[in-house]
Each structure stands twice: as structure tokens, then as C-alpha cells.
Design a protein around this ligand. Structure first.
Ligand code: PMV
Length: 328
């Protein structure tokens, strides 16, 4: 059976950094994200009894051995839930450039979780799907849902209470994201490696965990109230706190380049001049700027031609991961 699914990338406003269980991939903190339209993974999964191994193609190419292992072991989890053992042919394509500083693992594993479960005859509810996607990548749990999303930090040993849920759908608040690409070089330290290293070596790690609930509550409140200023404040705080944590690891991790800092300053200058915008930065040097629909062209104008930016991607708020029919 061949199934095609689509999932969108997401950007965290309150960041996930640290794992409470490495093996089960359970987050040490909750997080809040926004799912983006325009930045999409489409994945096809086809079961085939004649295959002796999973056949995996990403963006038209065979991925590295490490990536194949990660994807195959994820497919193995689906097989064990479904009590099936035939292998699959997987073909996955991102419509956004790799090296865009957008975790393609988020949309990638959300799309694979959906297409994979359906291909093996399962029918998980969104919560079950989010738990499964989380096993592929922490941020993938959030890409199952559209709009504004909260990832819950659970407490159970098996991770049954670590899943994402929607706070508000994609039509709730017309925010826009500009992704300012400053470098297309592959990052040297992946988020998984970086967050594990940080949790073992930063003297501030416990303080990060202890202060995370408050950040989540504030961000949720800002979203409920559609309070842009408040959301700006808490998002920048969470981003800077995450990077301060990475910087305080031993040895310290620096994900930024010089342009990242210039752009952060530019965003704060613009906001001081009355333009509603704020920044967030993930485990790389790209700066993501959020603004309102009314200001998106003006903000784009501020950054177009800015030295240090190689490309600008623009997105609105995206929807849930979904199955695509032939006509889609
Ligand atoms: O889902 P992962 O393992 O790629 O980690 C994502 C980490 C950050 O992007 C830096 C933060 C986040 O919450 O997305």
C-alpha cells in the first residue's frame, strides 16, 4: 500500500533544549512553537514484501548511512506497533533548502510518522502520532499540529505523557515569519549532540529546567491574549536563555556568526522604532523574525539587501500534518 503525507516545519518560540531520557527521546522541558506554511515535507511510504531492507530516498538522493539507520530504526518502531515485518520504500522531499537552519527533521519525522503508520494499516489519533513522531525528533512531535502548539514535558518513565497539542489553529492569529539565512554551511554540532553536551556540562542547566514552566505559561498567555509585545519579550528571552546555556557548556557551543548578532540588534532597533517584530534563533546562525501580516512587507524591506543575508524565506502559519490523496 502506498501512502503520501505532508507536514510543515515549525519554529519554537519557547525552546526545547535538553533530554530527560536520551533513549526514549523525552524532553527535559516543554516548548511552544508555531507551525509554518510554505516549508513542507512530502513523504511517500509504500510497503513491499519483496524488499529485504527499507529503501530510502530523500530529496532525490540516498541519504548517509547514519540517516538511513535513524529512519530505519524509526520505521522499526512503527512495524513493532503494527506487528508487521515487511519493509518499505520511502521517498521524501522538502520544498525548503537544507541548510536553511530549519529542522527538516521536524516536518520529516511528522510526515514519516503519518505516512508510515497508515501504510502499515494503523490509525493513530493525533496524540499517538505526536508521541511517535517525538521518537524520531523532539520537534517533530509539534509538526503533527498546525497553528500554535505546545509540547508537554511529561513525567512518566515511558514517555506516554510527552506529546504536543494545539493551542490555537492556523487561522487564529495572522503572524508571519521571515527566515534570514546568513550561512548555508552545515552546522558542526547537531541539536541532539549539543543539548546532551549542554545538559551534562552547563552549571546553569537545572536553572533552565526550573524556569521553563514559567516561560511556557507566559507564552501561552501572550498567545491567548494576542499580545504581540508580550510574545516578543518571552520568545527573545527563551531564545537568549537557550543560547546562554549552550555558551556555558564545557566547551561552550557557539551557534551564531557575526551576522546573527547584527540582525538581532537590527530587530531590536526596529521594535524600538515601533515596528512589531521579534527574533528567535535555533541551533544555527539563521535569524527568524516574526511580525504581523500588516508589517511583513515593511520588515522584509528592512532586511532585503542587508549584508550578511544570503536569502530570505517568508512563511505564514501552517496547518496539521495530513494525508495527501492522488488529486492533491
Ligand atoms: O528536534 P530537535 O532534536 O532537532 O531539536 C530542536 C532544538 C531547537 O530547534 C534548537 C529548539 C526547538 O525547540 O525546536
Amino acid at each position: 500500500m502506498e501512502i503520501k503525507a505532508k507536514a510543515n516545519a515549525n519554529i519554537a518560540l519557547v525552546k526545547y533544549w535538553g533530554k530527560r531520557d536520551e533513549k526514549l527521546n523525552l524532553p527535559a522541558v516543554g516548548s511552544i512553537s508555531v507551525t509554518l506554511d510554505q516549508l513542507t515535507t512530502i513523504t511517500t511510504v509504500e510497503t513491499d514484501e519483496s524488499l529485504t531492507e527499507d529503501e530510502i530516498i530523500i530529496n532525490g538522493k540516498t541519504p548517509t548511512d547514519k540517516e538511513i539507520l535513524r529512519i530505519s530504526s524509526f520505521l522499526g518502531k512503527i512495524r513493532s506497533i503494527a506487528h508487521r515485518d515487511e519493509k518499505v520504500r520511502v521517498s521524501s522531499r522538502n520544498n525548503f533548502p537544507t541548510g536553511a537552519g530549519l529542522a527538516s527533521s521536524a516536518s520529516g519525522f511528522a510526515a514519516l510518522a503519518l505516512a508510515g503508520t497508515k501504510a502499515y494499516g494503523l490509525d493513530p489519533d493525533p496524540q499517538e502520532l505526536s508521541i511517535l513522531a517525538r521518537k524520531g525528533s523532539g520537534s517533530a512531535a509539534r509538526s503533527v499540529f498546525g497553528g500554535f502548539v505546545e509540547m508537554i514535558r511529561g513525567y512518566s518513565e515511558d514517555g506516554i505523557d510527552d506529546f504536543a497539542m494545539q493551542i490555537a489553529d492556523e487561522n487564529y492569529w495572522d503572524l508571519k515569519a521571515l527566515i534570514l539565512i546568513t550561512s548555508e554551511e552545515k552546522k558542526k554540532v547537531s541539536s541532539t549532540t549539543g543539548m546532551i553536551h549542554t545538559s551534562f556540562t552547563s552549571p546553569y542547566f537545572q536553572a533552565w529546567v526550573d524556569s521553563s514552566d514559567e516561560d511556557i505559561q507566559e507564552a501561552k498567555f501572550a498567545i491567548y491574549e494576542k499580545d504581540f509585545e508580550k510574545l516578543a519579550e518571552i520568545s527573545e528571552l527563551s531564545c537568549l536563555k537557550m543560547h546562554a546555556l549552550a555558551l556555558s557548556a564545557k566547551p561552550g557551543l557557539i551557534y551564531w556568526n557575526g551576522s546573527t548578532i547584527d540582525l538581532i540588534n537590527e530587530v531590536r532597533r526596529g521594535r524600538a522604532n515601533g515596528i512589531p517584530m521579534f527574533f528567535t534563533v535555533d541551533a544555527g546562525p539563521q535569524v527568524k523574525v516574526f511580525t504581523t501580516a500588516a508589517y511583513v512587507e515593511k520588515v522584509k524591506g528592512l532586511f532585503e539587501g542587508h549584508p550578511g543575508i544570503t536569502k530570505i524565506l517568508t512563511a505564514g502559519i501552517g496547518s496539521d500534518a495530513k494525508i495527501l490523496r492522488d488529486e492533491d
